[in-house]
Write a protein that binds this ligand. Structure first.
Ligand code: SAM
Length: 383
């Protein structure tokens, strides 16, 4: 029996409903009616060696893969040093729907999306609100051109623009909601100026790889303020130009570093909250990488490096006593800062994301707080 896309879309909606992320009949109707396969005619998969392969609509299994609750890489670009890197993807449907539900979209709302990508999310928004209330921008000119055609083929004509998303879209402001589907190190104040008072901004704040989370901010007269999502999520980082972002190489010469040992796992996803909090005391974005290879071909060291030359390297495998070697160099002892942030977080009773919030003001100040904005526990993120 031939499987049809609409039965697959219904299956996807059922799965997300059962998981509890899809909750409202309006978004359920959008998931069932907007054909994701029309936005993802091909996707790319990376094997463990790092090589990419393409699956297109001509391939068996493509249609069912597109209706799985999985993110799909949809655009690659080549960096100056010849690496193929992801520049666009179709977000995992469960995450997309979770964000749309959190955004509390009501009939008549006007929504700005930053990160058009394939156009699928703009399609869901257009189904829910009417395309004349949907505005979406991407830095990728070809992405926007392709999304425009795909949406128009389905009868949706939202306003799509090629701009750097940090500028927003002042000519179409004010918006009731702004949703970003790429991560940013800071919330641009331009967005606050373009969302009406009482309106919402949903954005993935990431200071470095994995260092942050989704935060839902309300526009007050003098600030944006709100709480982080209780579940962690991660988006690809914002790019400053329509090219492949360069991957900064990590760490100095391990032989030059000061030596110590640690009881902590160096992989950022093993301690997300303290990893984020450490960024209040770290010199800007850290590049994450691996160094060396074990006999089994696994990377030996996790490395982190900042733009000011600070770096650290930590062995991934612990010894029999649960300790790992550490090397650090440069002006800021990156690993020691992380260990101190981890200690502080333990002393606070290991609070989860749901207890943290963020306040952003017009001067660019970003303050993270525990439980309430006037809490004694606050972390100012460096400008
Ligand atoms: C995860 S994809 C978005 C997925 C999209 N919402 C969809 O439904 O397919 C992230 C997108 O952010 C875009 N992006 C990166 N930097 C940007 C910038 N400075 N301004 C606007 N968009 C940007 C990328 O080109 C990419 O298409």
């Amino acid at each position: 029996m031939t499987v049809t896309w609409d039965s697959l879309a219904r299956g996807l909606a059922d799965e997300m409903w059962a998981e509890g992320v899809l909750r409202s009949p309006e978004w359920r109707a959008a998931v069932e009616a907007v054909p994701r396969h029309r936005f993802v005619p091909r996707f790319f998969t990376q094997d463990p060696e790092g090589d990419w392969s393409e699956t297109s609509s001509a391939d068996e299994g493509w249609l069912t893969a597109v209706y799985r609750n999985e993110p799909l890489v949809t655009a690659l670009a080549v960096t100056a040093n010849g690496n193929r890197v992801t520049v666009s993807s179709s977000t995992k449907p469960g995450l997309m729907v979770r964000m749309l539900e959190a955004l509390d979209v009501r009939d008549g709302h006007r929504v700005l999306e930053v990160g058009t990508g394939t156009g699928y999310n703009a399609g869901l928004l257009s189904h829910r609100l009417g395309a004349d209330r949907v505005f979406s921008v991407d830095i990728g000119a070809e992405l926007v051109a392709t999304a425009r055609v795909r949406l128009a083929d389905l009868g949706f004509v939202p306003s799509l623009s090629v701009v750097h998303g940090a500028t927003g879209l002042p000519e179409h402001a004010p918006f009731d909601r702004i949703i970003a589907t790429c991560s940013l190190p800071k919330v641009p104040w331009a967005w606050a100026e373009q969302v009406r008072e009482g309106g919402l901004v949903l954005v993935d704040i990431k200071r470095s790889v994995h260092a942050g989370n989704l935060v839902l901010l309300t526009r007050h007269a003098d600030r944006l303020e709100g709480r982080f999502s209780s579940r962690w999520a991660g988006f690809m980082a914002i790019r400053d130009a329509d090219v492949a972002p360069e991957v900064r190489s990590a760490a100095g010469d391990l032989a030059d570093g000061t030596r110590s040992t640690t009881g902590l796992d160096p992989l950022p996803w093993s301690s997300l909250v303290p990893w984020f909090l450490a960024h209040a005391r770290l010199p800007g974005e850290l590049a994450f990488g691996y160094r060396g290879a074990s006999d089994q071909g696994q990377p030996e060291w996790a490395t982190f490096s900042a733009i000011d030359g600070s770096w650290c390297a930590v062995r991934i495998r612990a010894d029999g006593n649960g300790r790992r070697e550490v090397r650090q160099g440069g002006p800021t002892p990156v690993w020691s800062v992380f260990e101190a942030a981890h200690e502080d977080w333990l002393a606070l009773g290991r609070p989860g994301w749901d207890r943290f919030g963020l306040t952003v003001t017009a001067d660019g100040r970003h303050e993270v707080w525990l439980d309430a904005p006037d809490s004694e526990q606050r972390w100012l993120l460096p400008m």
